[in-house]
Design a protein around this ligand. Structure first.
Ligand code: SF4
Length: 446
């Protein structure tokens, strides 16, 4: 729970020495409450007060990083609301795919290759699998390490090391501690050893216990053992249990400030039926898994899961945009038509399939409208004759085609006169809806 300026003031030295740059301790406390200063600016604060303030300023659900380096890590947790419309969700559910160590070397390499090859382009976003979970199916340390070697050679993705044997996890971390894998998992029987291994290797640790009470107790024990980076698994048996457990964990951590449950949750989806897999993964993404481990590598199974995740975790306050530039569709030449639109991703991905469907090679000039659709951008004066004319110059449309005709969306026909003045080009008014583009190009442009 956020502390008020007065709560913070009570923990400060109250000497008004000004070393922090504020004129009084109270002024500094107010800045801290507004997150406009950091605690280390006060050199005289006691360790005890620092600890209390650090704890109080921690988000209700910790952010846990799995992996290392800018491109080879994934962050989970850090959420502050139950529902996206209350504010936003910060970290989308990470998706890991499992590899069992009992497979032959060739099969491990082949599965790894398939995972690496999974990639989707959707509304301008490049989506890949976030992590790989190596499963200790063999219960044999040597086999686990052998499989790990193959994975380390063939992939840089963040790792989840799934084994209940501390000696196997310890041996694995000798190979890959620098990649900061998630260790799965400590339970009541091995917590001491697993926590020591995780701490020595600075790796996050997953805890598993059946039911929230047991999990909360285990989490408190792990925190007492000095663990800060935790991930939780309440070990639900059915999807209904999972929905209930994950919702309770989210509510307790956000609404009741239950520290022991204030960590992201890991869930496994092992159903062999693809429809059940999609159903379970979708439920877990919606409510409220931080990381899901899937067995399936089928694209037709993964695409709906990824699409749902993208829909839930796209921040509606930040429109998805495409790069403003001159795009070409088909084998364009100097006679190809030039259409213009805005850089709202949904607009671009509505217009571009219609251009492709028309089979008439064409250019599409995309202006920077700060991610607004055509009508909104026009109303906000972000899609004006001046902006379009400047964008035409910027991307050298004049020297790209031999004609001087530009097609604007039908909804903004009102721009045509001023755009002709600003650009010196003939302005043609295209259809209002993107679906009308193929007919327009075939019948009007030709
Ligand atoms: S440095 Fe610390 S003690 Fe001095 S005024 Fe600032 S908050 Fe108060």
């Amino acid at each position: 729970m956020a502390l008020s300026g007065l709560d913070i003031y009570k923990l400060l030295p109250k000497t008004n020495c000004k070393k922090c740059g504020s004129t009084t301790c109270l002024a500094f406390a107010m800045k801290l409450a507004m997150k406009k200063a950091s605690l280390d600016q006060c050199p005289d604060i006691t360790e005890e007060a620092k600890k209390a303030l650090d704890q109080a300023s921690r988000p209700p659900i910790a952010t846990i990083t799995i992996g290392a380096g800018d491109e080879n890590r994934v962050e989970i947790g850090g959420e502050t609301v139950l529902f996206r419309h209350e504010k936003t969700f910060y970290h989308q559910t990470a998706i890991a795919i499992s590899i069992e160590d009992a497979l032959s070397d060739a099969d491990i390499a082949a599965r790894l290759k398939s995972i690496e090859a999974i990639s989707f382009e959707r509304v301008g976003q490049h989506i890949v699998i976030d992590a790989i979970a190596l499963i200790d199916k063999s219960k044999n340390t040597e086999k686990f390490i052998r499989a790990l070697d193959i994975i380390l050679t063939g992939s840089k993705k963040p790792l989840v090391l799934v084994s209940e044997a501390p000696k196997t996890i310890e041996a694995a971390l000798k190979k890959c501690a620098d990649r900061k894998p998630l260790i799965y998992a400590a339970d009541a029987g091995n917590l001491k050893e697993m926590a020591a291994i995780a701490k020595n290797n600075k790796a996050p640790l997953a805890l598993k216990a059946k039911g929230l009470e047991a999990l909360s107790g285990l989490s408190n024990d792990a925190i007492s053992a000095g663990m800060e980076e935790l991930v939780l698994d309440p070990c639900p048996v059915t999807l209904n249990d999972a929905l209930n457990d994950l919702t309770q964990i989210r509510r307790l951590s956000l609404k009741k400030n239950h520290r022991a449950l204030g960590y992201p949750v890991i869930s496994f989806v092992t159903d062999k039926d693809k429809y059940h897999t999609v159903q379970a993964a979708s439920t877990l993404i919606a409510k409220y898994a931080g990381l899901i481990v899937l067995d399936s590598i089928d694209k037709e199974t993964l695409l709906p899961i990824i699409t749902l995740r993208q829909n839930i975790y796209t921040d509606p306050q930040k429109p998805v945009t495409v790069e403003p530039k001159l795009y070409s569709f088909g084998s364009v030449d100097k006679n190809s038509p030039v259409l213009v639109t805005t850089n709202f991703s949904l607009t671009f991905y509505t217009v571009s399939p219609e251009l492709e469907a028309s089979k008439i090679p064409a250019y599409l000039l995309v202006t920077d409208s700060e991610g607004m659709s055509v009508l909104t951008a026009w109303a906000a004066e972000k899609f004006t004759p001046e902006v379009i004319a400047e964008t035409m110059k910027k991307f050298d449309v004049e020297n790209t085609v031999s004609h001087k005709k530009i097609i604007i969306p039908g909804y903004v026909s009102v721009l045509s006169g001023k755009l002709e003045d600003a650009s010196g080009w003939d302005v043609l008014v295209g259809p209002k809806e993107a679906t009308g583009i193929p007919k327009y190009l075939k019948e009007v442009w030709k």
